[in-house]
Design a protein around this ligand. Structure first.
Ligand code: 13P
Length: 260
């Protein structure tokens, strides 16, 4: 079983639709100049909602081999939910993926495991692949150890998801996000194994073997190789460094550093 690595750029609340066009163009050209092989590594961007149409149009027109997705979605499909975005709208815009349960939404918008689960089910209903973010705070790390919180969050997020459904899980320790404090590749591997076992327990062994587990938290072109050498780390969810197309392309070109 070989899992195609996924390098995903979560832009968070950065770049308007004009800036998004400039970034995607530069990213695609940089990858092309570097003879990037999309068969070997999948690259995806997660712009703000207001950029998605521009990004879609550019990628379609120029036939860039980049995937894209939303940063969040509503647990509901349609109706009187002011300010929310339906998975149906994201699907109609050509999104492949949607991020669900990012720690900035769990912490800043009170998203519980139940809400995250409802959003995962909504993504699946609309044919979107959820990129489920899990990870512990520094206090939780001290209280519960390395894998307990990511495993519990993974199991809760996947409740009711049918076996055979493609999902991605991103292990993003809260203490490593935007801090420059990076988890060690050994820790990411250890948590990756535990998350994969959780996917096997809720979905199936085959799903666990196929599910890509990403590491996120202060990933840069200079530290990606260490993570990608680990068998249970299948890519990265990149925040700050994804806003710099040269740096992000450097991360996507990790096989050059890994020697793969
Ligand atoms: P940084 O790469 O900026 O630490 O952010 C990680 C992240 O939250 C990606 O979703």
């Amino acid at each position: 079983m070989t899992r195609r690595p996924l390098i995903a750029g979560n832009w968070k609340m950065n770049l308007d639709h004009l800036q998004s066009i400039a970034l995607v163009q530069k990213l695609a050209w940089t990858l092309k100049d570097a003879s990037y092989d999309p068969k070997g590594v999948e690259v995806a961007v997660f712009p703000p909602f207001t950029d998605l149409r521009s990004v879609q149009t550019l990628i379609d027109a120029d036939r860039f081999t980049l995937a894209f997705g939303g940063q969040d979605l509503s647990p509901k499909d349609a109706g009187a939910y002011t300010g929310d975005i339906s998975g149906a709208f994201l699907k109609a815009l050509g999104c492949t993926y949607v991020i669900v349960g990012h720690s900035e939404r769990r912490q800043g918008h009170g998203e519980t495991d139940e809400i995250v689960n409802a959003k995962v089910l909504a993504a699946v209903r609309h044919g979107l692949v959820p990129v489920i973010c899990v990870g512990e705070t520094e206090e939780e790390l001290e209280l519960h150890g390395t894998s307990a919180v990511p495993v519990a969050q993974t199991k809760a997020a996947l409740a009711g998801v049918p076996a055979g459904t493609p999902v991605v899980v991103a292990y993003e320790p809260v203490w490593a996000i935007g801090t420059g404090k990076v988890a060690t590749p050994e820790t990411a591997q250890q948590v990756g194994v535990a998350i994969r076992a959780a996917v096997a327990a809720v979905l199936s062994d085959d799903d666990a073997a196929e599910t890509r587990i990403l590491y996120g938290g202060s990933v840069k072109s200079g530290n990606i190789a260490g993570f990608m050498r680990k068998p249970d780390v299948d890519g990265a969810l990149v925040g700050g460094a994804s806003l710099d197309p040269t740096e992000f392309a450097g991360i996507a070109r990790f096989p050059d550093h890994v020697g793969a």
